[in-house]
Design a binder for this molecule. Structure first.
Ligand code: UD1
Length: 371
């Protein structure tokens, strides 16, 4: 019987999730073996290859090179290219992580072929179906055989959607495994910021890439104007996602970046980002991963969305939800500047050992099925 697990990655937030899982599969402690499939959803050096280098992820065994496109085109292209890989590889299971288009595309192909689907980071819900990721989450969970969750509340979300309890395992957060594994190697923020002409002192950091924030001129200009006000209180480092960069150009908003206290940077590698996060006074973001990483690091996070699927970062961590509302964002910034902001606790099982739990449960599960 095959012990081979096909692991899938595609987009930037997948890479830090797969790194510790691949390392665990490659260790001597399990007879399972893994092959890595890269869909090619992200392909830029800065969005892709740099993460493999930083995180020591093995070179993908299979590259699908699906690239960019509309959601339908991208998802369909990945599915078409993934199907023959399954026919050839005949894995015991397909393991997908997170909530990007590559996640649902490969899960769907495997499920239709009767190959077990393992979903890491299952059960997170923003309850906002306008987010492409929410659709990906709900659908991937529905067709998964084994669901690994990062927080206890995720099980309630899954049970409400009819998923039976024996398929759900609370194991903690693989992103935090990666954070633990790399914290001592983080590149100092001073080094990264010097490239943007920064000479030292406290700073905040910002990332923006959600369609709801960057795909409309009103939303994007409103947020950038709010950031101009934040810059009057503290310099802000801003690594720019390619999607955001192209929208700023398209909408003629480049002048809002022309601020000596706004430190515009290219997309950063993992070790640079970790250094930037660790030493920031606070973080403004619409990223899911950064909400979790700031909680793990004890750095205040102001989330520029109306909701979060990572509720534990609000309930127990350092996260505050501010949306696009200027007064809410500025009030949250003032609070951090004056009081140091929200302090939090490290959530249960965010302890650096989630991948080990996953691989050991998966091994026992496959053995129970005769693998
Ligand atoms: C995707 C994920 C999102 C995740 C984000 C992290 C989905 C639905 N969304 O969004 O959950 O938070 O990745 O970055 O899967 N582009 C490049 N180079 C690249 C990749 C993309 O220039 O290497 C540009 C392309 O113009 C592309 C655009 O960025 O059209 C958007 O890329 P895409 O993969 O569609 O979605 P993201 O916005 O990156």
């Amino acid at each position: 019987m095959s012990h081979k697990i096909l692991c899938v990655v595609g987009a930037r937030p997948n890479f830090m999730k797969i790194a510790p899982i691949m390392a665990e599969f490659n260790s001597d402690s399990t007879p399972l073996t893994a092959r890595l499939v890269h869909t090619g959803q992200h392909y830029n050096e800065a969005m892709n290859h740099q993460f493999f280098v930083d995180l020591g992820i093995p070179e993908p065994d299979i590259n699908l090179e699906a690239g960019s496109g509309s959601h339908a085109v991208q998802t369909a292209e990945i599915m078409k290219r993934f199907e023959p890989v399954l026919d050839h590889e005949k894995p015991a299971a397909v393991l997908v992580v997170g909530d990007v288009n590559s996640t649902i595309a490969c899960a769907l192909v495997a499920a239709k072929k009767g190959i077990p689907v393992i979903h890491v980071e299952a059960g997170l819900r923003s309850f906002d179906r306008t987010m492409p990721e929410e659709i990906n989450r709900v659908l991937t969970d529905q067709i998964s055989d084994l669901l690994f969750t990062t927080e206890r509340m995720a099980k309630d979300n899954l049970k409400r959607e009819g998923i039976t309890e024996e398929r759900i395992h609370f194991v903690g957060n693989v992103m935090i495994d990666t954070l633990h594994n790399n914290l001592s190697r983080a590149i100092p923020a001073s080094q990264t910021l010097a490239k943007a002409g920064f000479t030292g002192g406290p700073y905040a950091a910002l990332t923006l890439h959600r369609p709801s924030n960057v795909d409309s001129p009103d939303a994007l200009s409103g947020l950038l104007e709010t950031i101009t006000k934040v810059c009057s209180m503290i310099p802000v480092a801003f690594p720019l996602h390619p999607r955001t960069r192209s929208r700023i150009d398209e909408y003629g908003l480049g002048a809002l970046l022309e601020n000596p206290r706004l430190l515009v940077l290219p997309p950063l590698g993992y070790l640079q980002m970790l250094g930037l996060m660790k030493d920031a006074k606070f973080f403004l973001t619409d990223s899911g991963g950064i909400q979790e990483e700031t909680t793990a690091l004890g750095v205040p996070c102001i989330t520029l969305r109306d909701n979060t699927e990572r509720q534990i970062t609000v309930d127990e961590g350092t996260n505050v939800i501010a949306g696009q509302d200027r007064s809410k964002i500025l009030a949250a910034v003032k609070d951090v500047m004056e009081t140091g902001g929200k302090t939090g606790n490290i959530p249960e099982y965010w302890d650096g050992h989630a991948s080990r739990r996953i691989v050991s449960i998966l091994h026992a599960w496959l053995a129970s099925k005769g693998h």
